[in-house]
Write a protein that binds this ligand. Structure first.
Ligand SMILES: Nc1ncnc2c1ncn2[C@@H]1O[C@H](COP(=O)(O)OP(=O)(O)O)[C@@H](O)[C@H]1O
Ligand SMILES: [Mg+2]
Length: 350
């Protein structure tokens, strides 16, 4: 397997099996091929390739600001790369018509960095939202589905509460229930641990492992949290200075002698990764909202939602919920949420 992923076509399974659909691996839920994206002079992704095996948990690790959220936005089709291919379930989405992109997006559930809940809706309605928005299920069927998902994440007794009335950990769990409620094939997580203390992260990780096992869905997690990756991921890769340093099964990665991988895994200050690349790593709250707001080609950053039109997620929490690590990397665009955009963007789980 290539060391920088530039034109690495090997699969995460590493067995050289024949590929189908052009560059995509037939066993992969998502295949990323030579993905390249720059903002002006800033090359964020310099030719990144990897396969996300179907029905397993894969993580992409990397210091803050390395392009993890940019990668995720490319996979959902919210950002368009300068070059490269992204295959989702055998369909190449780069350059696809918007209408088709919306259709492909329905395969995804997304757990946003801050849970991205509607502050004015109780947890039940938040979890029910994708079903009401994107399906024709009856209220009775919706109720059953919401309760089943709420039970899985341990929120059955809290469904009448507003997001502002529950802890950061509960918001994450509600976000996870909402991401799973439509039974998507692929669930994407943008730094699910952000803003949580280590014990809550450990609980959330347990939940992620259980949820993956129960749903059999493909889980794809971007994070900088090493212990979390060790607990949850079957495969992981490390994104560093625009490249994927290495990608492989977790056990193999742990034994890697690559200095970047070693430094990152061990969390050491000495090594190729400098302070500037590490120093924002624990606080999701500082940079994203201001750092990337409004620069996406989507205009508002991320799919706005109708019920809380014109306001940010969790607005009723008065932003005191900073403990939930709202960095807005995906759910940015505060004040720009517009009615009807959910349907237009076709994201099932927001
Ligand atoms: N819409 C955008 N316009 C310009 N630069 C961006 C945009 N989104 C992200 N960036 C830049 O891309 C780099 C990677 O950002 P990001 O993917 O958010 O990092 P992280 O790994 O922390 O998620 C950063 O230098 C950031 O400033
Ligand atoms: Mg990010």
């Amino acid at each position: 397997m290539g060391s920088d992923g530039t034109d690495d076509k090997s699969t995460a399974n590493g067995d050289g099996r024949a590929t189908s659909h052009g560059g995509a691996d037939a066993d992969a839920a998502i295949s990323v091929r030579s993905l390249t994206m720059s903002f002006g002079d800033n090359t964020v992704l310099g030719g990144v390739s990897f396969d996300v095996p179907r029905g397993r948990t894969t993580a992409i690790l990397g210091p803050s600001g390395t392009g993890k959220s940019v990668l995720l936005k490319n996979i959902i089709g919210l950002l368009h790369p300068d070059a490269g291919e992204i295959w989702v379930d055998g369909e190449q989405i780069v350059g696809m018509r918007e209408r088709d992109i919306y259709r492909v997006r329905r395969k995804f559930g997304v757990l946003f960095q801050d849970g991205a809940l509607f502050g004015s809706m109780n947890l039940f309605d938040n979890i029910a939202f994708p079903l009401r928005e994107h399906t024709r299920m009856t209220e009775r069927a919706i109720r059953d589905r919401v309760l089943a998902n709420a039970e899985m994440v341990g929120l059955l007794d809290h469904l009448k509460k507003l997001p502002g009335e529950v802890s950061g950990g509960m918001k994450k769990r509600a976000g996870l229930a909402r991401a799973m409620v439509t039974a998507p094939e692929i669930i994407l997580f943008d730094e699910p641990d952000s803003g949580l203390d280590p014990v809550r992260v450990a609980y959330l990780d347990e939940l992620v492992v259980t949820a993956q096992r129960e749903t059999g869905a493909t889980f794809f997690i971007i994070t900088h949290n090493i212990p979390s990756v060790m607990r949850t991921a079957d495969f992981f890769g490390v994104l560093f200075r625009s490249h994927l340093v290495r990608f492989g099964p977790t056990l193999e990665m742990q034994q890697s002698d690559d200095p970047v991988i070693q430094q990152f895994i061990e969390g050491r200050s000495r090594g190729p990764i400098g302070m500037d690349e590490m120093d924002e790593s624990s606080d999701g709250g500082s940079q994203g909202a201001a750092g990337s707001r409004g620069r996406d080609d989507t205009g508002s950053g991320f799919p706005p939602r109708s019920p809380d039109a014109g306001r940010a997620p969790d607005a009723s929490a008065g932003r005191q919920g900073r403990d939930d690590g709202t960095d807005g990397a995906l759910a940015d665009g505060e004040g720009t949420w517009r009615a009807g955009d959910t349907a237009r963007n076709g994201i099932v789980t927001v």
